[in-house]
Design a binder for this molecule. Sequence first.
Ligand SMILES: [Zn+2]
Ligand SMILES: [Zn+2]
Length: 296
Amino acid sequence: MHAHMCETCGIQFAPSEKPPAYCPICEDERQYVGWSGQRWTTLDAMRHKGYSNVFKAFDDELRLSSLECTPSFGIGQRALIVQTDVGNLMWECVPYLAGQPTMDKQFKRELDALGGIDAIAISHPHFYSTMIEWAQVLNVPIYLHEDDAGWLIRRDDHVVLWTDEQHDLFGGLTLHRLGGHFKGSQVLHWAEGAQGRGALFTGDTIQVAQDRDWVSFLYSYPNLIPLPASKVADMNAQVQRLEFDRIYGSWTDRNVIGDARTKVARSAQRYIAALEGHFSADEPNDDDGTGGNLTA
Ligand SMILES: [Zn+2]
Ligand SMILES: [Zn+2]
């Protein structure tokens, strides 16, 4: 029996004799089947190919570390470990995990130096990857929004499904369901982040753009499908109620540093203006900070 993993999205299925017939995550219109067809691997095979997880510290955010699978695998997202006085949370999950059923000793030493992990929360199904295996090895809960329960490809008692719009965790950490990208897409608010000015962890729910003073909102990133203007307005209104100065995105250095709440507001305004046709492609940027060629 092997717990097969999809090579394109990294999701791990329950152990089975034969590989699954297909990957529901990749068959969905928000994702895609790999160009060479559906391919499967396992954690054992990844180990033999030399994959590992690397911890990285943040110079200016002392209680935050990232965890990245190297070389990149699947979608390539990072996990972020937030340390609080009452426990640590792993936000998102990386596909590789060293050593089962007990954790690789070197990896465990590095994790213990951070104070371990007490809970996991994941923004949406594209980043579920091997979360069940992680939760089993660490024996910790995984907090997901109930609206995405249908995407639980591997079920397990460690999964905690929450309902409504907000769920308080511990140490000033709060989950908020914004929806959009997935119905249950959630973001994590860390009140103590950014020296008490607050930080938001947004996954694909609010995407940090390549120009890191801006963000965007899509139903599908690989297939470039937008969200309705009304939904983006709702998502923006919901996060404007929170205090945050930074956004930590899901890839290395994809962060909004400073005044992030204002930057979300103007990004939502630009997005809605584009969808409503306020766009003049021939004019040079007006450079007034309202969004270049778009007028609200
Ligand atoms: Zn897949
Ligand atoms: Zn996604």
